[in-house]
Write a protein that binds this ligand. Structure first.
Ligand SMILES: [Zn+2]
Length: 164
């Protein structure tokens, strides 16, 4: 388990040391501050209080009190979430909510893939997935295959389009 004392220090490369906050009461930045966020793995909201923080070390290997980044451990799924000092979360929480009763497994997979792309700031990939998603929805609703993206958008926007 990541929170155990045997994982007290994760690494010391480049004058940076990750410290388990369970044992960081003296020096190295102290206990980790609670943080509310939505876990990017299990999508549960939580207030993280268990984790690690990164501190810079001097040439003798002593820890500074300057916290450079933090990793919180989700108490639902026990996966780690990284936070930079400017607030960036990796992996981020999924964009949008779950959609129930999606009739096509292909459409559901594309929707989830697009949401996953947004978690890691892969916005171009999210756009490509979303375009393919719209094309798949149009075909599943009766449009002909092999048409242009614009024709599928027009098909979905057409008020005479009959959804099944
Ligand atoms: Zn989680």
């Amino acid at each position: 388990m990541l929170g155990s004392k045997r994982h007290r220090t994760l690494g010391t490369d480049l004058g940076l040391r990750w410290i388990n906050t369970d044992v960081a009461k003296v020096g190295g930045g102290g206990p980790i501050s609670p943080k509310s966020f939505v876990c990017g793995y299990c999508n549960n909201p939580l207030s993280g209080i268990v984790g690690y923080h990164a501190v810079r070390t001097d040439e003798r290997g002593n820890n500074s009190n300057d916290i450079l980044a933090k990793i919180y451990i989700c108490h639902h799924c026990e996966e780690p979430t990284y936070f930079s000092n400017d607030g960036r979360q990796v992996p981020g929480s999924a964009f949008g909510g779950r959609v129930s009763h999606i009739p096509s497994k292909d459409v559901e997979v594309l929707y989830d893939e697009s949401r996953d792309c947004m978690k890691v700031n892969a916005y171009t990939a999210a756009v490509m997935c979303s375009r393919k998603l719209l094309m798949n929805i149009a075909v599943s609703e009766g449009a002909d295959e092999g048409q242009s993206f614009a024709s599928y958008v027009r098909y979905l926007a057409n008020p005479v389009c009959k959804f099944r």
